[in-house]
Design a protein around this ligand. Structure first.
Ligand SMILES: [Mg+2]
Length: 312
């Protein structure tokens, strides 16, 4: 929702008071629709447009912020102090509803301070096919694949996987095959992620039997997804790495998910969004510690970001 502030040439969004802090946020744009963000910890909502109007000559900057301090003076903030990292699951969360995808993309287009990072159990090569099927692209600042064993920034491998180079899935495959389990298909396999179909009621026993293998971590979700990955991997694992890389304070990290394999990622973030179509087991596990959206898929992502003041 936008309004124009009298004859200033600036447009502003409806002021939003975030739940996470005492900040009041207003998105401001010029005629070219370049949004910046104004933050004020002291000003009342009604005074923010007045403060902005006194700075009508300010120039929106790429990714920069218009900060308003307690005395009402303004300055352009160009450091990363206001950047947010939003790390989101993909299947059932970011994708699955085309209208929601479009709405989320439109909102993020005017919120350059939000760095969106898909984080999937699927390998990056598999995600690439999914992005190609979307009607419009959404820019990602980085991508995480294969349960936290792959990280790509700007399409480049940043060497994250090398830390797991000692992992060998051969004994896992041998044991799983001997027990009669089938893999989940080539698209879901990598050297660092052995993905099998195992009935839910056998997860615990099979995980115990795998303890004869060199150290590994088991991640389960849905009704039969059973993955063996290196110790130290997982959807949560690269979040601190990415926060450091983009100089984002941990207090500005948001995780979004729909499945129990998102639990470690959600627990590692200070802000958590669970979409409306989430597995009830996830909602039960994290009840009271997350924003649970009514909207499903990307609609739920958008709803959660709106609640945090990070989307229109
Ligand atoms: Mg999912």
């Amino acid at each position: 929702m936008r309004s124009q502030w009298r004859d200033t040439g600036l447009w502003f969004s409806r002021p939003t008071e975030t739940k996470s802090s005492r900040q009041i946020r207003v998105a401001v744009c010029d005629k070219a629709s370049h949004f910046t963000r104004a933050n004020s910890s002291e000003a009342a909502i009604g005074t923010v447009p007045k403060l902005l109007a006194s700075h009508r000559t300010c120039q929106p900057t790429s990714g920069g912020d218009l900060g308003v301090n307690r005395l009402g003076s303004a300055r352009v903030v160009t450091d990363s102090g206001s950047v947010w990292l939003v790390v989101t699951d993909v299947d059932g969360t970011l994708i699955g509803d085309d209208d929601g995808w479009l709405r989320l993309g439109e909102s993020l287009a005017v919120h350059p301070e939000v760095l969106l990072i898909p984080n999937s159990s699927r390998p990056l090569a598999s995600l690439k096919k999914s992005w190609a099927r979307q009607s419009r692209p959404i820019p990602f600042r980085a991508q995480v694949g294969a349960l936290g064993t792959e990280v790509s920034i700007g399409g480049d491998d940043v060497g994250w996987s090398h830390r797991f180079s000692s992992f060998d899935r051969t004994p896992i495959d041998r044991l799983m095959t001997n027990m009669g389990f089938q893999t989940n298909g080539d698209e879901f396999q990598t050297p660092l992620k052995a993905s099998y179909a195992v009935p839910k009621d056998r997860w615990g026993r099979v995980a115990e039997l795998l303890q004869v293998c060199p150290p590994l971590k088991v991640v389960t979700s849905g009704v039969s997804d059973f993955d063996a990955i290196p110790v130290g991997a997982g959807k949560h694992a690269p979040i601190q790495f990415l926060a450091d890389r983009f100089r984002v304070d941990p207090s500005r990290v948001v995780a979004v998910g729909d499945s129990t394999n998102d639990l470690d990622m959600l627990q590692s973030a200070q802000h958590r969004i669970v979409v409306g179509n989430a597995d009830p087991a996830l909602i039960d596990a994290i009840r009271g510690r997350s924003f649970v959206s009514h909207g499903t898929h990307a609609n739920g992502v958008l709803e959660g970001l709106q609640a945090l003041g990070l989307a229109n």
